[in-house]
Write a protein that binds this ligand. Structure first.
Ligand code: E4P
Length: 218
C-alpha cells in the first residue's frame, strides 16, 4: 500500500518523508489556501518545493471547470515537474480532461469521488488514481469504506489499472480498514501516519528493557 500525505505544509511533508514511508503528497485548493499560498507564481513555486522533498506523486489540482481551461491548466501543472499528478474533479468536463491528459501521457487523479459509478467513469477515462472521499461520506452517515470495497471489486473485475486512492481519511482505523480491503493508496494527515507507531505495550516494553539494561550496566 502506498502512503500519501494530505497536506501542502512543507515541514509536515518533510517529517513524513524523513520517516522513510512516504510515497507521495495530495494537495487541494483548500490545503493550499491554509498555507496562505496565492498567485500563480507562488503556487508553482510551492508545488516545486513539494516535488523537491518527495520522490514522486505530487497531486496538484486544477481550478478551472471547463474542458479547454482544465487541459491548459493541467498541462501547465505537469510542466512544473515529472512528479506532478494533475488532480481533476469528477465533473463532465473533468472526465473529458482526464481522457485527454491521459492520452498525452500526463498522470491524473480524479478527485471528489463519492460513488462507484463515478469511479467507473474515472477508470474508463484513464485516470491514474481515483480519490473516493471516505471521511466526507461518513460525515453524512454513509459508509465510506463500503465505497472503497465496491470500487476495488469493480476495478478487479475488469482489470482497470486505475489505482484506488482512499482520501479524506480521518483516523488510523480508516487507514487499517482501507489496507484490509485492498485500497492501493491512502492519503492522510501526518498525525494519522504517526499514530500508527503508537502502542502502550511497545512503550511499556521498551521502558522495561532499558531499565533492565541499566541495572546491570551501571
Ligand atoms: C484528497 O485528495 C483530499 O485532499 C482530502 O483527502 C480531502 O480530505 P478532507 O475531507 O479531510 O478535506
Amino acid at each position: 500500500m502506498k502512503f500519501f500525505i494530505d497536506t501542502a505544509n512543507l515541514s509536515e511533508i518533510q517529517e513524513a518523508y524523513d520517516l522513510g514511508v512516504l510515497d507521495g503528497v495530495t494537495t487541494n485548493p483548500s490545503l493550499m489556501a491554509k498555507e496562505g499560498i496565492k498567485g500563480d507564481e507562488n503556487v508553482t513555486a510551492h508545488y516545486k518545493a513539494i516535488c523537491d522533498i518527495v520522490d514522486n506523486n505530487v497531486s496538484a489540482e486544477v481550478i478551472a471547470t471547463e474542458f479547454d481551461k482544465m487541459i491548459k491548466e493541467g498541462e501547465e501543472l505537469a510542466k512544473i515537474d515529472d512528479k506532478i499528478v494533475v488532480k481533476i474533479p469528477m465533473i463532465k468536463d473533468g472526465v473529458k480532461a482526464i481522457k485527454y491528459l491521459s492520452e498525452q501521457g500526463i498522470r491524473t487523479n480524479c478527485t471528489l469521488v463519492f460513488s462507484a459509478g463515478q469511479a467507473l467513469l474515472a477508470a474508463k477515462a484513464g485516470a491514474t488514481y481515483v480519490s473516493p472521499f471516505i471521511g466526507r461520506l461518513d460525515d453524512i452517515a454513509y459508509d465510506g469504506l463500503d465505497l472503497i470495497e465496491q470500487i476495488v471489486q469493480i476495478y478487479d473485475n475488469y482489470g482497470y489499472p486505475t489505482e484506488v486512492l482512499a482520501a479524506s481519511i480521518r483516523h488510523t482505523m480508516h487507514l487499517i480498514q482501507c489496507a484490509e480491503i485492498g485500497a492501493d493508496v491512502a492519503t492522510c494527515p501526518l498525525n494519522v501516519i504517526t499514530s500508527l507507531l503508537k502502542h502502550p505495550l511497545t512503550d511499556a516494553g521498551l521502558e522495561k528493557f532499558l531499565a533492565d539494561h541499566k541495572k546491570v550496566n551501571s
